[in-house]
Write a protein that binds this ligand. Structure first.
Ligand code: ATP
Ligand code: MG
Length: 411
């Protein structure tokens, strides 16, 4: 596993990396302090202000409330670009709901201070001016806290709104430092945060910034208004061809983007996917992703059902593990369970994966079947490339008219 430092160095070399903060001596005395400005700019572009606030400069926000008149088929997942609100449209207020006092309760019960190296490792603050002063622009007092959105492994997630106008709506996720240390995942968490903060794609959940106090790390995340995709899948059992194809189209685009930034996700599964306010898909969990330019890695990770043969057999692997997972996801969307699931145990599942023991039920359409077979190839090099997924007849057939793929500008 690459060290945090080397990953940080690699990120610094990427065009998505934040510009290094000028150090105190080189900053001209008259220059404005950048951090608050930068985050505000970022939020102006991507988050949803309330109706009293200034309209954001971009119309691509998933944080906007759903447009009531553009989606003719509310049952289907809207693809990006569908049902979005032009910047000039009136923006309805998002109700952030009622706070249940969970942060304070948790802080009493589970928060312990951490010391030494771990404290240093987890002193995560995205404000650029931390190099200049010890001041921190963001803290819990910056937000009005609303309803709980969920519980994660290391803390709760709340819907929040910035107190200052134009009152951006976000998801605020807490991570208890002592629990991170007890699970020995300081480096993994740091890596997850560093990776996610540098990614910008409409189908990748945005991490706007982060800050910490003695006991906790707080992540300011894009609010995924329609929650977990997994819940939808459990509710419906499986999805229609149209809905599945639109999700897979968005996934392929997001994965192409991640791979172009040398990020391999490695943990694609419905539990890690969220839905934006317009039903668009958002990849939301980067726990196992790795930033590995030109690197073949041999770490065993990921969820069993989505593991590709090369990982089951503990061979080296590359970004094509995500192609395999996309095939498993397509299957699970259409059929309702993953293709190699074997109730008799882990080893049986492993064997089925290694043999590519794939049985596609007869009701699956020929085009969908073709794509699944082309993604679930034993040899990673034989898997259909993501650009060809985007042009596959099963995908293009269901793509909303006027939406071309091949770049994020399509949104
Ligand atoms: P787990 O192991 O359960 O996946 P985790 O630490 O990865 O935990 P998350 O999955 O990020 O935690 O968050 C827990 C839950 O909070 C999610 O399942 C989801 O329901 C909700 N949630 C998290 N982030 C957001 C968000 N940005 N917008 C809306 N809901 C969210
Ligand atoms: Mg999660």
């Amino acid at each position: 596993m690459a060290s945090v430092r080397s990953i940080t160095q690699q990120l610094a070399g990427m065009d998505v990396a934040p510009k290094p903060a000028p150090s105190a001596p080189t900053r001209p005395a008259h220059a404005k302090q950048p951090s608050q400005q930068n985050v505000a700019k970022l939020l102006t572009k991507f988050a949803a202000p309330n109706p009293m606030g200034k309209a954001p400069s971009s119309s691509s926000s998933s944080l906007r409330p759903p447009n009531t008149n553009t989606n003719p088929n509310p049952g289907a997942a809207a693809a990006p670009g569908e049902g979005r609100t032009p910047a000039a449209d009136p923006i309805g207020a998002l109700d952030i709901g009622r706070y249940d006092g969970g942060f304070e309760q948790d802080n009493e019960k589970r928060g312990e201070k951490v010391y030494g190296e771990a404290a240093e490792e987890l002193a995560l603050d995205s404000s650029v001016s931390r190099y200049v002063h010890p001041t921190r622009e963001w803290n819990l007092g910056t937000f009005d806290i609303g309803k709980p959105l969920g519980k994660g492994k290391f803390g709760r997630v709340y819907m929040v709104r910035t107190k200052g106008e134009p009152n951006y709506v976000l998801a605020l996720k807490t991570l208890y430092k002592s629990e991170i240390v007890a699970s020995r995942v300081e480096k993994q968490i740091r890596r997850e945060i560093e990776i996610q903060q540098n990614l910008r794609h409409p189908n990748v959940l945005r991490l706007y910034g982060y800050f910490h106090d003695e006991k906790r790390i707080f992540l300011m995340l894009e609010f995924a208004g329609k929650g977990e995709l997994y819940k939808q899948l459990s509710k419906h059992g499986c999805f229609s061809d149209k809905r599945s194809a639109r999700y897979i189209d968005q996934m392929a685009d997001a994965l192409s983007y991640l791979h172009s930034k040398h990020v391999i996700h490695r943990d694609i599964k419905p539990e890690n996917l969220l839905l934006g306010i317009n039903g668009e898909l958002k990849i939301g969990d980067f726990g196992w992703s790795v930033h590995a330019p030109g690197n073949r890695r041999m770490t065993m990770c990921g969820t069993l059902d989505y593991l590709p043969p090369e990982m089951v057999e503990q061979k080296e692997h590359n970004e094509k593990v995500d192609y395999w997972a996309l095939g498993v996801l397509t299957y699970e969307f259409l059929i309702g369970n993953p293709p190699f699931e074997d109730r008799s145990g882990v080893n049986a599942t492993y064997r089925r994966i290694a043999k590519v023991d794939l049985k596609i039920p007869p009701h699956v359409s020929p085009d969908a079947r073709d794509l699944i077979i082309k993604l679930l190839k034993y040899n990673p090099e034989h898997r259909i490339p993501l650009k060809d997924v985007a042009n596959h007849p099963w995908i293009t057939k269901y793509r909303p008219k006027g939406l071309s793929r091949g770049g994020s500008d399509a949104y």
